[in-house]
Design a binder for this molecule. Structure first.
Ligand code: ADP
Length: 274
């Protein structure tokens, strides 16, 4: 599912003394099936941008096209049910949104609300629990009796149970230790491949952007200032410096290795451990 933002602008509390312009003239094309990272400092507009991706916020200016659905600026009422189903968002600390008595009910909640038959929703929940590396017994447990890492996986399963075509990840590893972070990021990479998802990652981590994304966009003061492949983005140290962003370690290692062997490697191939 292609996503195209055209001259997208967003103003919080418009026409009040608290008016705040959070997005300015954002032009962005996210190709179907790509893994796209959005990076930038706190306050640069990342979270405002991601809330446009499933219609939680509507453009103040410009438009956003999600697959066949065009969401223009303006007051016109639109039926966004389909967009909400096709674009799943894993918010920061998604486990805070768990609420049902059992894990099974929690994962089934979204699909059941969208009219998916109970048996189908249950089968999806069982498959997802397995896919996310959780033991089957968790299905009958209260989500609040699980560990933090398990709760996060259950919350992610709840988003995936809607079978979205686009998965938006807002700092999905916040609060996890390094091992948990790698596990979750590798899991998303696997889901991206096997479920043919368009994945949009909003992150502070240059390492994750370098390692997982096909394309990166840099946000700065509400504008999308640069887009490119990780190689392009992280080769341009002057631009990175201008936006106070760092060259990730895996890119520095790769450059050293390439200098040593005297040729460029086809992609960012190293992991931190290597
Ligand atoms: P990021 O996700 O990159 O940290 P945000 O999209 O949260 O950036 O914020 C962009 C700008 O909009 C910031 O200046 C922020 O203070 C402002 N902002 C965010 N949410 C609101 C809100 N609900 N009301 C008013 N201003 C907001």
């Amino acid at each position: 599912m292609d996503i195209t933002l055209q001259q997208l602008g967003y103003i919080y509390a418009k026409d009040t003394p608290f008016e705040k312009r959070a997005l300015v003239d954002v032009d962005l094309h996210i190709p179907s099936g790509s893994y796209f990272a959005v990076i930038g400092h706190t306050g640069s507009g990342k979270s405002t941008l991601l809330q446009h991706l499933n219609g939680l916020l509507k453009p103040s200016e410009g438009s956003i096209q999600i697959g066949k659905m065009l969401i223009p600026a303006g007051k016109k009422k639109l039926d966004l049910k389909l967009v909400r189903q096709k674009v799943g968002i894993v918010f920061q600390f998604p486990e805070h949104q768990l609420f049902e008595e059992t894990v099974l009910k929690d994962i089934m909640f979204g699909p059941m609300n969208f009219g998916v038959p109970e048996q189908v929703a249950e089968a999806r929940a069982k498959e997802l629990v397995r896919l996310l590396g959780l033991p089957e017994e968790v299905l009958q447990k209260s989500p609040f009796d699980l560990s933090g890492g398990q709760m996060r996986r259950v919350a992610i399963a709840g988003v995936l149970a809607m079978e979205p075509q686009v998965l938006v990840l807002d700092e999905p590893t916040a609060g996890l230790d390094p091992r948990g972070r790698h596990e979750i990021m590798d899991l998303f990479a696997e889901l991206h491949r096997t479920k043919n998802l368009t994945t949009i990652l909003v992150t502070h981590s240059m390492e994750d952007a370098a390692r997982y994304a096909d394309y990166i966009a840099i946000m700065h003061e509400g504008r999308c200032v640069v887009t490119g492949t990780p190689r392009e983005i992280f080769a341009d140290e002057k631009t990175l410096k201008a936006y106070r962003l760092e060259v990730p370690r895996i890119v520095r290692f790769q450059k050293q290795l390439e200098q040593r062997i005297g040729r460029e490697l086809p992609e960012l191939a190293l992991t931190e451990e290597e």
